[in-house]
Design a protein around this ligand. Structure first.
Ligand code: ADP
Ligand code: ZN
Length: 201
């Protein structure tokens, strides 16, 4: 594809779990299919929500299946020369290299749709989401509903045995015993495991 012949850009859909990011991604991909665009859809290997399969189809029978990738290099290698729209789900699990990859894709004239959880369970920027948001031409931040108070929720509450999980745990917990719920800033709790010790100092 010749540089500058088409107008490419990056759009990011960010937000907490249960904020409807996947619904929004499907809506955008479906509309791109209706427009007759050649679409490729990627999701992180780490995400098993779709039971290993993730298919988006439009009413007129066009469809696109998600290709699982482990990292940004793999994603870059899977891009077909004639692809016009690149959609990436669960971008928070990818490495920082994804920033450069999507910059190149947009420079080449492609539309890049990046979807991810912007904050980890501690309320800190999740993986490459911060730099991705900075690079985007367009950002939509979605919220969920706080399960405690009913206000708009922006944060993911990690629970272990029904109790707020301490900040020291790993950011990505694969197949752990923990669960998550959406909460607002006020109801979000991240106890420090060593708080009791620090208070003794
Ligand atoms: P995401 O991809 O952001 O995790 P999904 O598109 O998978 O979001 O799910 C969004 C859906 O989850 C909502 O349409 C709603 O039906 C459901 N849901 C469950 N819990 C909540 C919550 N606490 N706040 C908002 N929606 C919720
Ligand atoms: Zn709340």
């Amino acid at each position: 594809m010749r540089h500058g012949t088409r107008h490419g850009w990056i759009e990011v859909v960010a937000g907490v779990m249960f904020s409807g990011k996947s619904e929004e991604l499907m809506r955008r991909v479906r509309r791109a299919l209706i427009a007759g665009r050649r679409v490729q859809l990627f999701k992180s290997h780490l995400d098993d929500r779709y039971g290993g399969q993730f298919l988006i189809s439009s009413h007129d029978g066009r469809q696109v299946e998600a290709e699982p990738v482990s990292n940004s290099v793999q994603l870059a290698e899977k891009i077909r020369p004639d692809t016009q729209v690149v959609a990436i789900d669960e971008a928070q699990f990818l490495d920082d290299g994804i920033c450069e990859v999507i910059d190149v894709l947009a420079d080449e004239g492609r539309r890049v749709i990046v979807v991810g959880i912007d904050m980890d369970f501690r309320g800190e920027p999740f993986g490459p989401m911060g730099p991705l948001l900075a690079r985007a031409e367009r950002i939509d931040k979605l919220d969920a509903i706080c399960v405690v108070c009913g206000d708009p929720a922006t944060r993911s509450q990690r629970l272990i045995g029904g109790k707020p999980a301490p900040a020291e745990g790993p950011t990505i917990q694969v197949a752990g015993a923990e669960s998550y719920e959406a909460r607002c800033r006020r109801c979000h709790e991240v106890p420090a495991r060593d708080r009791a010790q620090r208070e003794l100092l």
